[in-house]
Write a new protein. Structure first.
Lengths: 476, 58
């Protein structure tokens, strides 16, 4: 990992190279990077643990998560790529700024993303420190420093080039890890049919698509984890700004959908077999590590543990880089420094990446409870704020800056409101009124606001229409 | 606009929700047919739909 950072250090010549490596990555690196960013270490730990408890009630979420690249690449990917080439975008906030012809729309999207991302960096570091503690036996603080140090170092040196290539390697590790674990675990649990027969006895409601969780929760999860990744994962959709041509992006989709389908399909089988093989396990998130210790010799176990750590790295490096890009491009360069010097921009980018990484590490030593609450809400916050302003901004010429701004602010506030209403009723942020996900509630309000406010305000100027919709609108 | 892909997405979303809502008879390997359709054949559907878009661009 460090070697990749050092290798790409000399190839990075400007802040644009550093943040998006424009035109310098092929389809495999873009596709794997999109997927490895979306699937964190939690895919191996927390998600497998949850699937073990909820069984097939959680499977609609899994297949929805696997379908996320299909929605994202087709609905926003190709148009973002075209527009990014025209307006020289480096961040998703640049796309918002250009489409909604207002620096303040760009700034609003930046602030919402920073509110979600900065605590997420600390939380990801914390999860990594805990994982090192459990899997390798390192003290928490030492795991934090080793993991954080490696990720921050290679991200500072190589920027997006290092991040994407590391994501490719980490993605291959993830596939190899699950490819080794799945057949052996299923066989040890009594084969495919036998495993399900035993699981039905342990968890009778988990052997159908509903039963443990309310039906509306399962339905909401099915919609949220696929379609709403468009807005909920800006660190993933940033990958659409990298390629210069259509073919690279389309081929990248093949990699992303293949990787994610494989990982989510096999993770379900691992979770079910894990429940059968380790029925008395108290901490469900330790299903995979315990199975590894039971089923494999240390060398193979080490490969799978490396895959778990690799998955964590792939998520955090992307969030770190996208957070730095927002601070540098959409706050510092847009409002404070206004530098066009490429070398100075690169220097600032590296300093900011270091400072944000360091801040994340310091907060991760003992994160306050509020940070963990924000992390719980961050996906819904961004999905509600950005999905429809981005989608309609790219496909509906009539969307105006007032509509976009109302959609972002209204969507984010509504999703938080829905969390608070749920908290007041159930005393937890994990249960929501009628089982409706806050992302869904907030996004609905956002959609209504974008459409109504846009209809009530003046249409966008012609130069914006020309840049964004020259292939849709033919002027007389 | 990729109308065919958008249609396939709508079929996936609405069809998937119907599969979740319907009570299905028992199928092979101790799983009901709803699980087979959504949790196993569903992956084949999204992969095939993605490949269709990559080939045809529609």
């Amino acid at each position: 990992m460090l070697g990749i950072g050092i290798w790409f250090n000399k190839k990075v010549k400007s802040n644009k190279d550093y943040f998006i490596a424009k035109g310098k990555l092929g389809p495999a690196t873009i596709g794997f990077s999109f997927s490895a960013t979306q699937m964190s270490g939690s895919t191996y730990m927390g998600a497998v643990g949850a699937e073990r408890l909820l069984g097939y009630n959680l499977i609609p979420s899994s297949i929805a998560s696997a379908s996320a690249p299909w929605f994202a690449y087709i609905l926003v990917g190709d148009r973002m790529r075209k527009v990014a080439n025209r307006v020289k975008s480096i961040t998703v906030a640049d796309i918002f700024e250009a489409r909604y012809y207002s620096k303040y729309v760009g700034l609003t999207s930046t602030i919402i993303m920073l509110i979600a991302f900065i605590p997420m960096i600390a939380a990801q570091f914390k999860a990594a420190g805990n994982t090192f503690e459990v899997l390798i036996g390192l003290p928490y603080w030492m795991g934090l420093i080793v993991f954080g140090g490696v990720v921050i170092f290679y991200t500072i040196l190589g920027g997006m080039l290092a991040v994407a290539w590391n994501d490719l390697i980490n993605g291959i590790f993830m596939i190899v890890g699950f490819a080794i674990l799945t057949p052996i675990a299923v066989k040890a649990a009594g084969g495919f049919a036998g495993m399900h027969q035993q699981y039905a006895q342990i968890n009778p409601n988990g052997i159908s698509l509903t039963g443990i969780m309310p039906t509306i929760w399962v339905l909401s999860a099915f919609v949220v984890w696929g379609f709403f990744q468009i807005g909920g994962s800006p660190s993933c959709v940033t990958r659409f700004l990298i390629p210069e041509d259509d073919k690279t992006l389309k081929t990248a989709l093949v990699y992303s959908i293949g990787v994610q389908s494989f990982v989510y399909l096999t993770s379900a089988m691992i979770a079910i077999s894990g429940a059968v093989l380790t029925p008395n396990l108290e901490r469900s998130d330790l299903t995979v590590p315990v199975m590894i210790s039971q089923l494999f010799p240390p060398l193979i176990g080490a490969i799978i543990i490396a895959a778990i750590i690799a998955a964590m790295m792939s998520t955090i490096d992307s969030i770190l880089l996208v957070t730095s890009s927002l601070v540098v491009e959409n706050i510092y360069i847009s409002f404070i420094g206004k530098t066009t010097d490429r070398k100075k921009g690169l220097k600032i980018a590296r300093y900011v990446t270091f400072l944000i990484g360091l801040l994340g590490l310091i907060v991760a030593i003992k994160p306050p409870a509020a940070i963990l609450w924000i992390v719980t809400m961050s996906f819904s916050l961004m999905a509600a704020a950005f999905t429809f302003p981005l989608l309609l901004g790219l496909w509906w010429p009539r969307a105006t800056k007032e509509g976009g701004l109302a959609g972002m602010i209204g969507g984010s506030i509504s999703s938080i409101f829905w969390y608070v209403v749920g908290y007041m009723k159930y005393n937890t942020f994990d249960n929501w009124v009628w089982g409706i996900w806050p992302a869904l509630f907030g996004a609905f309000i956002s959609l209504v606001l974008v459409v109504i406010v846009s209809k009530l305000t003046s249409p966008p100027p012609n130069d914006v229409i020309d840049i964004f919709f020259d292939d849709i609108i033919v002027r007389k | 606009m990729p109308f065919v892909s958008i249609t396939l997405m709508i079929i996936f979303l609405i069809g998937g929700m119907l599969v979740i809502l319907i009570k299905w008879p028992q199928g092979p390997a101790n799983l009901d047919w709803g699980i087979w359709i959504l949790a196993y054949f569903g992956y084949a559907y999204i992969i095939a739909a993605s490949l269709f878009y990559v080939k045809k661009g529609k």
